[in-house]
Design a protein around this ligand. Structure first.
Ligand code: FDP
Length: 280
């Protein structure tokens, strides 16, 4: 369990990314199964999970592999717990829009607190395949080359001070009164950017500044996104880049972990915009 393990996990995710991307065209249909959260998955979700599980399990210093696609954790040795969302936003496959892969490396058994993360990263499958990684408090952006090599293009990614964009998930009639009030205010200040894949939408915020939220809903007070696989890793990246995260009351990194697949409302972005939501 060393920093070499962290780099090896990030390398494995980067090396797998071109393969995941290349295999998407033939896997745009629904698989005949549901994930542990009860959602129908795409063939690409299952396939990407299989590839990542195999590659990450081989790494010295990794003890556990877990993903949004499997009910239980997989014991693979001794060391860090690696939690993945193999294809975040995979419902965008049908409409050919952006998607991502998310990885969180925890120094604790799962479910773990975000404070146990030692690194987190995401791959964005946009026109270019990129990886944004937070390690030791520094966030880098790399272009992933065809052979899976990471070429750093920004050595110190920081959230811009002047926020520009927002993206909010969920249907408006399903929003709570408090969230609706907040959204109405933010709408008058920022431009809407919502593409339906958290990674794509968060990367807009990382690039232009602003706020992304998949909030608590009337029909689902815990929202939609999963703490271990989505909320914590994204919070770790955004906070390492100088932003803030919240479940509406506290940093996502301080949310008590209770279940591997627990959901949480997610707010990430510039500090002032997150604090304004917490103040309501
Ligand atoms: P998806 O179901 O396509 O995997 O993780 C779930 C997620 O996508 C996020 O990437 C995205 O932000 C959200 O769900 C989109 O949900 P809506 O369709 O409700 O907007």
């Amino acid at each position: 369990m060393t920093d070499e393990t962290v780099e090896a996990v990030l390398d494995a995710v980067a090396e797998t990314a071109p393969e995941i991307r290349a295999g998407l065209p033939g896997r745009r249909t629904k698989a005949d199964e549901e994930n542990p959260s009860g959602e129908v998955v795409m063939e690409a979700d299952v396939w990407a999970d299989g590839l990542l599980a195999e590659r990450i399990a081989e790494i010295d210093g990794v003890g556990t592999y877990a993903s949004e696609e499997r009910r239980d954790t997989k014991d693979v040795g001794a060391g860090y717990s690696v939690a993945c969302d193999p294809l975040d936003g995979s419902s965008n496959l049908r409409s050919n829009n952006s998607m991502g892969t998310i990885v969180g490396i925890y120094d604790a058994p799962l479910p773990a607190s975000g404070r146990d993360l030692v690194a987190a990263a995401y791959v964005l499958y946009g026109p270019i395949t990129t990886m944004v990684a937070a390690v030791d408090g520094t966030v880098t952006e790399s272009v992933i080359e065809h052979d899976g090599a990471r070429r750093v293009v920004d050595e110190d990614v920081r959230l811009p001070d002047d926020p520009t964009v927002y993206g909010f998930g969920g249907r408006v009639p399903d929003w709570t009164v408090a969230f609706t009030d907040y959204a109405r205010e933010v709408e008058t200040e920022l431009k809407l950017r919502y593409g339906g894949a958290m990674i794509g939408d968060v990367n807009q915020v990382m690039t232009y500044g602003g706020v992304f939220s998949y909030p608590e809903l009337e029909s689902s007070p815990e929202g939609k996104l999963r703490l271990q696989f989505e909320g914590n890793p994204i919070a770790y990246v955004v906070e390492s880049a100088g932003g803030r995260s919240s479940d509406g009351e506290r940093s996502l990194l301080d949310v008590e972990p209770t279940d591997l697949h627990q959901r949480t409302p997610v707010y990430v972005g510039n500090a002032e915009l997150i604090e304004r939501r917490e103040g309501r």
